[in-house]
Design a protein around this ligand. Structure first.
Ligand SMILES: Cc1ncc(COP(=O)(O)O)c(C=O)c1O
Length: 408
């Protein structure tokens, strides 16, 4: 290949060499700045997906970029056999955002953060209820990851089917149904694991009072409450963490996506007395909290605090919701802050609409067959919101017309 490869060349090289586990869109991005992405041909796109709620500060944020570059020239990695100065600083910040009196374990992804939470809950359950207390309850429609254990916790049977047998001790109940949870909460349950807003399950927020009722059940039956904030955490929903829209305080909180603004890093926070259920040697990962990832996280958190991203997300989310509701083919909008699903009028296929938006320079995705997910950077401007909604409205108007009045 001479010069930059074309899209066709990239697709062919990918097909011949990369495991084909993804259904990728027909584009390869090469550069980004803030909410804007560019492909190899120099075509400009508005990024209203943020790499699946990851680049919350936008692409190539200068403070994060400088921190990474400086750290890369200084020290990338030493392993967790040794201390590094950055890791406890990130933990201290997370601890403060989560109300203090906790401890953090660092890893590299959302699935690993949840894996840590599950192992910790089992360890805690053993010491507080005996060897039979290892079951984890989660909700249908949830998504907790693709490792075998987090897949077992994920309430989507179609994703589990081909990988049986999965680890035992996982059961799902209907989301937002307190009675169903109460009926399943026997003495074998060490933890309940929930997302405050189900992200991959279609951007489904917890109804008012649900998390409080779950907390009360967990207290009554001596089970831990694990909040999976991998998608919702760090300002995305208009609060630092999604559960903070309720009155509950979880025992364990997991996060990943936005923590490094694109540099892989995950974290599992636990109440201090729960965290001490882990003894040295119980859990580990080679890369977790390494200087490079920790420097990205520290810079990301510093910018997030300086910009007050939860408030920005809440205000921008309200404006985006209002603009979407004014589009005739959008029949409902749900979510929190800047994690939003736009439900399309009957007859419209969200995947087709998302593909057409991409062709028109707007990145978003179909989170269900009938709904689009919008999760732009939390620093998105009003002008970018207006531009994105105008693109979407144009695509929907054309799709509605083309489908011969299928829109109702
Ligand atoms: C709520 C939630 N938990 C866990 C995960 C898994 O994270 P990762 O893909 O980083 O393993 C995701 C990913 O989308 C998620 O949305």
């Amino acid at each position: 290949m001479n010069g930059a490869p074309t899209l066709d060349e990239i697709v062919a090289l990918d097909a011949a060499n990369v495991m084909q586990t993804y259904g990728r869109a027909q584009v390869a991005f090469v550069r980004g700045e803030g909410t804007i992405l560019y492909d190899a041909a120099g075509t400009r796109y508005l990024d209203f997906l943020s790499g699946l709620a990851v680049t919350s500060l936008g692409h190539a944020h200068p403070v994060v970029a400088d921190a990474i570059a400086e750290q890369a020239r200084t020290l990338l990695h030493v392993s967790n056999l040794y201390y590094n100065a950055l890791q406890p600083q990130v933990a201290e910040k997370l601890n403060a955002l989560l109300g203090g009196d906790g401890r953090v374990f660092f890893c590299n992804s959302g699935a690993e953060a949840n894996e840590c939470a599950i192992k910790l809950a089992r360890r805690y359950g053993q010491t507080h209820g005996g060897p039979e207390r290892f079951h984890v309850l989660s909700a249908y429609g949830s998504f907790h990851g693709r490792t075998l254990t987090t897949l077992a916790a994920t309430g989507q049977p179609q994703k589990q089917e081909t990988f049986q047998p999965l680890p035992e001790g996982f059961r799902q109940v209907l989301f937002a149904d307190v009675d169903a949870l109460a009926a399943a909460m026997d003495e074998r349950v060490c933890a309940v694991m929930l997302e405050p807003v189900q992200g991959e399950g279609g951007v489904q927020p917890s109804p008012p009072g649900y998390l409080e009722a779950v907390r009360a059940l967990c207290d009554e039956r001596e089970a831990l409450l694990i909040m999976d904030e991998v998608q919702t955490g760090l300002g995305r929903t208009g609060a630092w963490f999604g559960f903070q829209h309720s009155d509950v305080r979880p025992d364990v909180v997991t996060m990943a996506k936005a923590l490094g603004n694109g540099v892989p890093i995950g974290a599992c926070w636990a109440r201090a007395d729960v965290a001490t259920a882990f003894r040295p040697g119980d859990h580990a990962t080679t890369f977790g909290g390494q200087p490079l990832a920790a420097s990205a996280a520290l810079a990301t958190l510093q910018v997030m605090e300086a910009e007050d991203v939860p408030a920005r997300a809440a205000a921008a989310g309200a404006r985006l919701t209002e603009a979407l509701l004014a589009v005739p083919e959008v029949v409902a909008v749900r979510g929190a802050g800047l994690l939003i699903a736009a439900e399309l009028a009957p007859g419209l296929d969200a995947k087709v609409v998302a593909d057409e938006c991409l062709a028109c320079g707007l990145v978003l995705n179909a989170v269900t067959p009938t709904a689009l997910r919008l999760a732009p950077p939390l620093l998105v401007t009003d002008a970018e919101i207006a531009e994105a909604v105008a693109v979407l409205a144009g695509v929907l108007a054309a799709a509605g017309g083309a489908e011969g009045g299928a829109v109702q």
